[in-house]
Design a protein around this ligand. Structure first.
Ligand code: NAD
Length: 409
């Protein structure tokens, strides 16, 4: 998917064939085995990966995913998207991504800590505050980032908070990082509502995935006055046409880890969540959930891609035909609030000077608004889709940097 999307952009930008591999091929792809002691005393080995897409713009930056689906291909695609995302937002980073193939439901907290620490230890030769900076993604959280930071620091003999972002605030994290991605999704959706003259009071939203991104996107939209009528996660879905109580649902998921058990009355078919009629639809769970058939059946006015890669290239063709009915906020813009505030965290850690939350939010929205305007202008000027416009801006910036720096030796 990531390669196909790149070729669409490369054709649009008429990038010569001999430049394309240099832009697309990952600079480094690292595979490690991570042995740990299980609680029963046996030894289990997990495969871990890290792909650093390009080193042209500065250090690489990207999340670490702990999930059964993780493989080197998935990680590479996510790393490529991160590069265009960082370039679109104007951050001094190339893209990276990492992960471990693991089913977390089979792990105790002690085993998770052992795996997190061993993964970071295996990565030490390849990462660093000015080489590659990790962050959370699916299946990892502030606690895992704190273990990563602690492990790296133990090896350096000093505390190096700037090695990862998404840490707890009391361990070198920044205010506003936990909320940053979801908040950014809600902020951009609200901007589009302004463009389309949709009144938030009385408007509706549907969210797939109620983890970090989905829950804070739901909260942000709820605070703008929208009714969040449906929410789903890996355990099921909830529907209430009067609007779900998002704060109560967040308290429930904090305590129980999922939306299961929140209500006996509000159950809904998770397979139908994406195609519910609503003003704002936020896929915030995983890749490739919107295929051509789902795209044909979408009934939202705004598709705000909180997840990375939720829409297949075949679905994109359908969305392009339907762009007068449906406004797409593509993933590399829509969820970029996360990496933007991760960048702020890195900057604050390097300077040991910490900002107020209002400052973090103001600067986050400033960067998102600038990227949004840039995308809109480009899409209109070139008569291209929002995704093509957003990616074209990112690819162009990387290409310009590569060409200006030249090719060593
Ligand atoms: P998370 O682990 O906190 O939450 C994932 C959510 O998706 C959970 O609620 C889970 O139950 C749900 N889910 C899993 N499988 C599902 C299914 N089949 N149907 C419905 N729901 C399902 O992860 P997250 O950090 O919120 O990340 C979600 C997406 O957003 C990922 O694509 C990630 O790459 C992307 N993203 C995250 C960030 C960030 O800052 N966390 C930033 C940018 C992009």
């Amino acid at each position: 998917m990531a390669a196909n999307q790149f070729y669409v952009i490369a054709n649009h930008l008429e990038i010569p064939m001999d430049e394309r591999d240099r832009l697309l091929m990952p600079k480094r792809a690292i595979t490690v085995s991570c042995p740990i002691h299980r609680d029963d005393g046996s030894v289990a080995v997990f495969e871990g990966y890290r792909v650093q897409h390009l080193l042209t713009m500065g250090p690489t930056k990207g999340g670490t995913r702990f999930a059964p689906s993780v493989d080197i291909g998935e990680v590479a695609a996510l790393a490529v998207w991160m590069s265009w995302k960082c370039a679109l937002a104007g951050l001094p980073y190339g893209g990276a991504k990492g992960g471990v193939t693991v089913d977390l439901t089979t792990m105790s907290k002690r085993e998770l800590e052992a795996l997190s620490r061993r993964y970071m230890q295996e990565m030490i030769p390849f990462v660093g505050p000015h080489t590659d900076v990790m962050a959370p993604d699916m299946g990892t959280n502030e606690q895992v980032m704190a273990w990563f930071m602690d492990t790296y620091s133990m090896y350096q003999g000093q505390t190096v908070t700037e090695i990862v972002t998404g840490k707890p605030v009391y361990a070198g994290g920044t205010l506003g990082r936990r909320e940053a991605t979801g908040r950014g999704v809600a902020h951009l959706a609200k901007r589009v509502m302004d463009v389309l003259a949709i009144n938030p009071a009385g408007a509706t939203a549907v969210i797939q995935g109620f983890g970090n991104v989905g829950s804070y996107a739901a909260l942000g939209l709820h605070q703008f006055g929208l009714k969040v009528i449906a929410v789903s996660d890996h355990t099921g879905a909830l529907y209430d046409k009067g609007g779900l109580d998002i704060l109560a649902l967040m308290r429930h998921t904090d305590q129980h880890g999922s939306i299961a058990g929140f209500s006996n009355q509000l159950h809904f078919d998770p397979a139908q969540v994406l195609t519910l009629a609503c003003d704002v639809l936020v896929p915030a769970a995983m890749e490739r959930v919107i295929d051509a058939k789902v795209a044909d059946n979408l009934k939202c006015r705004i598709l705000a891609e909180g997840a990375n890669g939720p829409t297949t290239p075949e679905a994109d063709l359908v969305l392009e035909k339907r762009q007068d009915e449906m406004f797409l906020i593509p993933d590399i813009l829509c969820n970029s609030g996360g990496v933007v505030v991760s960048y702020f965290e890195w900057v604050q850690d390097l300077q040991q000077l910490f900002w107020e939350e209002e400052e973090v939010m103001r600067r986050e929205y400033q960067i998102l608004d600038r990227a949004f305007e840039h995308m809109l202008k480009r899409a209109k000027a070139d008569k291209i889709s929002h995704r093509t416009a957003a990616m074209a801006i990112g690819v162009e910036k990387v290409r310009a940097a590569k060409n200006t720096r030249g090719l060593f030796p």
